[in-house]
Design a protein around this ligand. Structure first.
Ligand SMILES: Cc1cc2nc3c(=O)[nH]c(=O)nc-3n(C[C@H](O)[C@H](O)[C@H](O)COP(=O)(O)OP(=O)(O)OC[C@H]3O[C@@H](n4cnc5c(N)ncnc54)[C@H](O)[C@@H]3O)c2cc1C
Length: 301
């Protein structure tokens, strides 16, 4: 039953026991005790005020394309950002609310005559999730294009931080591990371009390559592991003959050993995690290298 929470003037509906599997790109995981979709700053603050009043934890989710949600669900309030998706252009600056899809952000940038994001076309998820994990492709990472970002703390205070490039590296941002931080708006400094048609063709080419690599054929989270220094995680996993290895409904993809797929929709998050543990142990036994997850585990593990 929805709970109607009001914070002086703003209201937001909180739903109870919402199944999260349907939103996740790997289609697994349990329920959120409480769940909401704020559409503006006031609603977001109303949700945070409710969680504060009740002393319950807050979890932020974007596109859910890089998180494995526990089968036992997530305690407290889950705030999904995907309806915070406004975009504005001021000169070469593109300001995008954190829940905007990365692909829609790139479409908008190109239509507005701004380039530099095309390499990322086809990465699922939101701009907020991308900056949080410093997503990247083709030797580029999202942080390179960001000038500053706006955050909320759990009290609803809004603050702005300049991006310091040295604080970002391969799939690592200074926000990982900082609890109680909600990325609200991302400000990107982009390159003006005149030939938007060619740029869109280039972007679509990047996406087409992903389709040809079968990235979207099965539910997945993309790459499970980071590449260790001087190695490719996929090659190490392939070297251990792990392609096709299956636990329950979770299987190491034949098209890429660093991808786990929910092969027939029946995989639980526990199957997926057990397969991750098995893969890590196998690689360690053969190569004495400990693979580190690129994905994040959320919920009651
Ligand atoms: C088919 C496929 C291909 C992929 N290819 C790539 C690739 O080429 N490169 C790459 O880097 N990744 C890739 N990924 C992984 C994933 O798409 C990216 O990491 C993406 O940027 C995650 O964004 P998201 O919105 O889905 O994040 P989510 O999975 O929703 O969240 C990820 C983490 O960020 C936190 N978070 C999200 N939004 C906010 C916010 N507003 N404030 C605070 N914290 C937040 C969450 O709490 C969580 O811990 C791929 C995934 C798939 C399924």
């Amino acid at each position: 039953m929805p709970i109607n929470v009001s914070n002086r003037v703003e209201k937001i509906n909180l739903e109870q026991n919402v199944s999260l599997a349907k939103f996740s790109t790997i289609k697994s995981g349990g329920t959120a005790d409480l769940f909401c979709y704020p559409t503006n700053l006031q609603e977001l603050r109303a949700a945070l005020a409710f969680a504060r009043d009740k002393s319950i934890p807050v979890t932020i989710l974007g596109g859910m394309s890089n998180t494995l949600i526990s089968d036992d669900g997530i305690e407290g309030l889950v705030i999904r950002t995907t309806r915070l998706n406004e975009m504005k252009k001021r000169g070469n600056l593109l300001s995008v609310l954190a829940g905007a899809q990365l692909e829609e952000t790139i479409d908008f940038a190109i239509e507005e005559g701004l380039g530099d994001l095309e390499h990322f076309y086809g990465i699922p998820g939101t701009i907020g999730g991308a900056l949080w994990g410093n997503a990247g492709a083709h030797d580029h990472q999202i942080s390179e294009t960001v000038l500053f970002a706006d955050f909320l703390d759990l009290h609803g205070n809004l603050f702005r931080e300049q991006i310091i490039q040295s604080e970002f590296s391969y799939r690592l941002s200074p926000y990982k591990g900082r609890s109680g931080l909600i990325l609200y708006e991302v400000h990107l400094a982009l390159k003006p371009i005149s030939d938007t048609h060619t740029l869109k063709t280039i972007a679509l080419g990047y996406k087409r390559r992903r389709v040809e690599q079968q990235q979207f054929r099965y539910p997945s989270l993309g790459s499970i592991f980071k590449n260790p220094p001087d190695h490719k995680a996929g090659a190490l996993l392939e070297g251990c003959d792990l392609k096709g290895k299956r636990i329950g409904g979770a299987k190491i993809a034949r098209h890429h050993a660093n991808v786990i797929i929910n092969v027939d929709g029946s995989a639980t998050s526990t199957d997926i995690r057990n397969l991750i543990v098995l893969a890590k142990e196998t690689v360690f036994q053969k190569y004495a290298i400990t693979l580190e997850e690129e994905i994040t585990y959320l919920g009651r593990w």
